[in-house]
Design a protein around this ligand. Sequence first.
Ligand SMILES: [Ca+2]
Length: 225
Amino acid sequence: MNPVARAVIGSLGVLCLASPALGAEPKSTVSTEAEPAGKKGGAGKKGGGAAKRECYDFADLPADSKFHIGDSVNAKHSVIALKEFHVDKKQPSGADQQFAQVTNTKIADGTAPELRMYLINAQVTPQAPVKKVRLNFAENLGGLLSNLEVNGEKHVVDGGLLQANGKVIGKSGAGRAAIVVNMTSTAEGTGFNRGTLELHATQGKIETFSIGGLQLFIDNVCMTK
Ligand SMILES: [Ca+2]
């Protein structure tokens, strides 16, 4: 675990919010897998230097678990800290009801459960800095306002996460990352736009990243060292 993650845990002291079973590393919850074949030519190799992708799918958290600003979640390969959402760069939302909740749904096109966020940010600190991040998201058309952060550089994204596609963000001392957003389906009858968000380090590595929204679902948070 890197010092940043340790500091987060130490300062919050709520590593295992849900149950002691969180430490049991249920197999269904996390996975470590090789990058898809063709990317590095090393799929399936173990310990041979091939890039490993580690994913978290929220399956070890009890349904309906609710988290608020200041809480943190042990996500096996990372720590997820719940942080204040900003409506613009200098203005926190200040809402009373901001929360994140484990819901038994798959609105983000992942596997139930997933994490629903309402006016809150999930800041992910990988155990060790990573080169690439990929996650599923679904954003509610009723309020297309999002926050993104890489290595401490925060951005407010208005009009849907697709607006951030192609941007490069991140404090240069730690590293910067290019944002790649692919929309996989539109709101057609559901009220949600769905897609994947990727971060590709262009300089240094990704030490922290955040995503949040007015009403945003995320799942399958995958990271490649
Ligand atoms: Ca899931």
